[in-house]
Design a protein around this ligand. Sequence first.
Ligand code: SF4
Ligand code: SF4
Length: 449
Amino acid sequence: MPLISHAFFGGIPFPQQVEQKSLTAAKPLEDFSPSTLVLSMRQGLGEICTPTVEPGQPVLVGQVVGESSQGIQPPVHCGVSGRVIAVEPRPSADGEEVLSVVVENDRRNLPAPLLPEMTVHEPASHWIARMREAGLIGMGGAGFPTWKKYGAPAIDTVLVNGCECEPYLTCDHRVMLQRTDRVISGALALGRAAGVSPRQIIFCVETNKPDAAHRLKKAAEHAGMSLISLPDRYPEGGERQLIQAVLGREIPLGGLPADVGAVVSNVATAAAMGDAVMGIPLTHRAVTVSGQVSRPANLWVPVGTLFSDLLRYCGGENAPNPAPPAFWQEGKTCRMIAGGPMTGRLLERLDVPITKATSGLTVLPPQAWEEQNCIRCGACARVCPSRLMPFAIDAAVVAGKMPVCQDYGAVECISCGCCSYVRPARRFLATRVTLARNTLRRQMSAVKK
Ligand code: SF4
Ligand code: SF4
């Protein structure tokens, strides 16, 4: 199997990944369907959809319950059959109230009519349209509408990202093992949408998943595609890092993968595309529930499942075993993270729903340290894959000097968390650089308008 050597700047190896991922790597996807779904009308980046159903209305599996008025966000489909019990603002994982459709599950799984099945001879525009009507967004965490990525004129390579370099998470690993056929048919469909041949489609899998790589390689090569193994190094699965590592192309500052002729989609997105080819919209996804939980697991759940239901199904949080740290007794509770510990979001409450872009729930022991002054060691800059100086941006944010953050290129931060991970002074670097990035991006888009 061809092995690409580490070719992107910065990043960190995670030797402890093996142990963290081993909590769930061998756990097959289990079906879990909660009694209530909260379908947020904001599933990914950008606009909020408008509900297309009303309280009291019956709904079916696969039925559209929310649609975009501007046509950028794909529609939101329901993953259970039942009855709409509310259409109202509900708290979300990012701390804001978002208009949501709340559905009571009747557990009958009555299906809505499927979309027409697609045939291989259809033009690229039809495959792109299908991405939108089936509700596809990037399922690796970015949440960008998939159809917007495809259709650029000069794409020559599709990278299907199965790196899953984030600690603890193994849901993509299980999708590669258990939904191989859908990943393969979906990857071929992504290639048709991009206008490339199968030999221009490359699967990328880290070496810490040899079983998935072996299985996928066999199936990919049978269909004329290829698979490359990459060394375990976080954040290998970041779009920029992956393109650089596999193709040796560097995306210009402020640019997009299409600027260097590439497009990257996660394996879960590819599997959802495989479903879309058969006429099945995106209603479910794989999530990992891991860390300090009684029964770590990989679950196959409808979008809109509450984090609290995921945790309850997995037996709730448990104390570190065998040696709880001293601070465990202080009455602090575990940190609940939507996604993985590096790029995930700390949840303030658990009665919030997963979206199409949520890869898991990671439960970690409480944090027991305080920030100290920067000692100018430069470690954060050495690991930053975006070649930033996190210590300098941190100081500018603390001083309230946002224009300085722009000079330091904070908009290029990919929120990978590497700088926070190495911090000898325990500074909240990634949080502050991400804050600066988001503020600057908002200011830039307001100027454009
Ligand atoms: S790693 Fe921490 S202590 Fe070292 S330069 Fe960066 S902010 Fe300062
Ligand atoms: S500054 Fe941003 S891109 Fe750089 S290491 Fe920190 S989180 Fe990652």
